[in-house]
Write a protein that binds this ligand. Structure first.
Ligand SMILES: [Zn+2]
Length: 451
C-alpha cells in the first residue's frame, strides 16, 4: 500500500472514532471497497428497521454500465422490509428537507443515493426528523461520486431562503463508499471533489487570522496534521499506484474527502476547509440562483477561487502593514445595499445582507483594541505564521493544472463571466458572518488591484 493511502486511512479511522465519541447516539461506520453495496441487506436487517426510504433524484446513475438505483432497490428488498423510493430534486434546500421529513415514519432507514446535494439534503432530513419526533432514523449514505468533502460531516450546506448556509445536521450512521460506483462517476465530478480539497491551501490562513483577531472560532493545530496528506495528494496527482483511471485513484480521493469531512465534523466547524474561496463561490451561487443560471460545479469553482485567494494573500504580504480594523461605517450600508440592487431592484436582498454584514461589523468594531495589538505584531509574528499555513500561488496553480482543474474563470464550464466574477468577489464579504481575507479588501485596496 502506498504511504499516501496509508496516511489517509489512518487519519480517517482516528477521526471516525473521535466523531463517534462526540455523537455516541450515531457512531459512524465507513465501508470502502469495490462492492461495499453488498453489505446493504445485512445492515438493514441488523438495524431492525421496518422500512427503508430510498431518497434520490430521478437522474439515472450508472455503475459499470448498469443502472445503479434499481440495483440498490433490489439489494434493499433482500432485507425483507418495505422499500419506498422518494424522488427529490437535486437541490438541498431547507424547504425540501422539511417536506421530505414529514413523509417519514419511525423505525425506518433513510438511504441517500447521490452526491453532495442529495446527501446534504438527507442529513438535514434526518436531523429535522430527530428534532421533531425525538426518534432517530437509521441513515445510510451511498455517495455516487467523489465530488464533495461533506459526506462524513455533521454539517450540511443547504439553501435557506436566498442563501446557502452551513448548518449543524446529522452525519450518516453508515457510509457505503462503493468503489465501482464512485469509479463510474463522470470525471468532472471527481475533479470537483479534488477541487473542493484545494481550499485547504488557503482556508487555514483565513481561519487562523479570524481566530487571532478574535473574530472566529479558536484555531485547532491538530487539523494541520489531519489534513496534511492533502498536500501529498496534490503533489502526487494522479497518484502513484496505478494508471490514471485506476480504482486506486478513486480510493485515495474517497479517503481524502472523508478525512476532510471528518475534520470539519470533529471540530464542529467548516473553517478548516472553508475560507474566502468558499464564501466567493457562495456569492456566485446567489447570483446564478437569482438569475436562474446553471449553478456549475462547486469544487471546480472552489479550486479557481483558491488560486485567486492565494494571489490576494501574496499581495497582502507584499504591501505595507495592513489595516485589520473594521472599515468605517459611513456609506457602507449604501454600498452593501447597492451591491445587490442588480439582482433584486426591490432591495429586499440588499437589506437582508446588510443585516448579516452589520452584525459582523459590530463584532469587528468591538474587538478594535485587541486587533490593534495584533496588527502591531504583523511583521514579526502574524504574517510569518499565516505564511506557514498557505501554499504559494505558483504551487497551487501548477497542481491544479496537473489535475485538469481550470484556473481561468472563463475556462470553467459554464464559464464564469468577468461580471459574475467581479460581483462575487465584491459581494462575498457581505453574505456571511464568517470573517475571511475577503473582508480586508475594503480597507486594503491594493489586494484587489493585484488580484
Ligand atoms: Zn466545499
Amino acid at each position: 500500500m502506498s504511504t499516501l493511502l496509508h496516511a489517509l486511512q489512518q487519519r480517517r479511522q482516528t477521526l471516525t472514532q473521535m466523531t463517534s465519541q462526540h455523537w455516541p447516539r450515531h457512531p459512524l461506520h465507513v465501508y470502502i471497497d469495490h462492492d461495499a453495496l453488498d453489505r446493504l441487506p445485512a445492515l438493514l436487517m441488523q438495524s431492525h428497521v421496518k422500512q427503508a426510504y430510498l431518497i434520490m433524484s430521478e437522474v439515472p446513475i450508472m455503475r459499470e454500465g448498469y443502472p445503479l438505483k434499481p440495483y440498490i432497490h433490489q439489494l434493499a428488498l433482500q432485507a425483507k422490509i418495505r422499500i419506498e423510493p422518494i424522488y427529490v430534486n437535486s437541490f438541498a434546500s431547507s424547504d425540501q428537507a422539511q417536506r421530505v421529513a414529514t413523509r417519514l415514519r419511525c423505525s425506518s432507514a433513510v438511504i441517500s443515493i447521490g452526491s453532495g446535494q442529495i446527501t446534504d439534503l438527507c442529513k438535514q432530513v434526518c436531523h429535522l426528523y430527530e428534532q421533531e419526533t425525538g426518534h432517530a432514523l437509521y441513515f445510510v449514505a451511498i455517495p455516487t461520486a467523489n465530488s464533495v468533502t461533506s459526506y462524513a460531516s455533521h454539517l450540511t450546506s443547504i439553501w435557506h431562503r436566498d442563501v446557502k448556509v452551513s448548518m449543524p445536521a446529522r452525519s450518516p450512521d453508515v457510509i457505503l463508499a462503493d468503489l465501482r460506483t464512485l469509479h463510474s462517476a463522470p470525471p468532472d465530478l471527481s475533479r470537483s471533489g479534488l477541487g473542493d480539497l484545494a481550499a485547504k491551501f488557503v482556508a487555514l490562513a483565513d481561519w487562523y487570522l479570524a481566530a487571532s483577531l478574535g473574530l472566529g472560532d479558536p484555531f485547532e493545530p491538530r487539523a494541520l496534521d489531519w489534513l496534511k496528506p492533502i498536500d501529498q495528494l496534490y503533489d502526487e496527482w494522479p497518484p502513484q499506484g496505478g494508471p490514471l483511471d485506476s480504482f486506486y485513484q478513486t480510493h485515495v480521493l474517497c479517503e481524502a474527502l472523508l478525512v476532510a469531512g471528518l475534520t470539519m465534523s470533529v471540530l464542529h466547524q467548516s473553517t478548516p476547509l472553508s475560507g474566502f474561496e468558499h464564501v466567493a463561490t457562495h456569492a456566485l451561487d446567489i447570483w446564478r440562483r437569482q438569475r436562474k443560471g446553471e449553478s456549475g460545479s462547486h469544487g471546480i469553482h472552489v479550486a479557481a477561487f483558491s488560486a485567486m485567494a492565494s494571489h490576494m494573500w501574496e499581495a497582502l504580504f507584499a504591501g505595507p502593514t495592513p489595516n485589520l480594523a473594521a472599515p468605517t461605517r459611513s456609506a457602507l450600508q449604501e454600498i452593501v445595499i447597492s451591491q445587490f440592487t442588480a439582482l433584486d431592484p426591490t432591495n429586499r436582498l440588499g437589506h437582508q445582507f446588510w443585516q448579516v454584514y452589520s452584525e459582523k461589523l459590530q463584532n469587528w468594531e468591538q474587538m478594535s483594541t485587541h486587533i490593534a495589538q495584533r496588527t502591531a505584531t504583523w511583521d514579526e509574528s502574524l504574517k510569518p505564521h499565516l505564511a506557514t499555513l498557505l501554499k504559494p500561488s505558483r504551487w497551487i496553480e501548477s497542481s491544479l493544472q496537473r489535475a485538469g482543474l481550470p484556473l481561468r474563470f472563463t475556462a470553467i464550464n459554464p464559464p464564469i463571466s468577468p461580471a459574475e466574477y467581479l460581483w462575487a468577489m465584491g459581494s462575498a464579504p457581505f453574505i456571511r458572518k464568517r470573517f475571511t481575507l475577503g473582508d480586508l479588501q475594503i480597507s486594503n485596496p491594493w489586494m484587489k488591484a493585484s488580484s
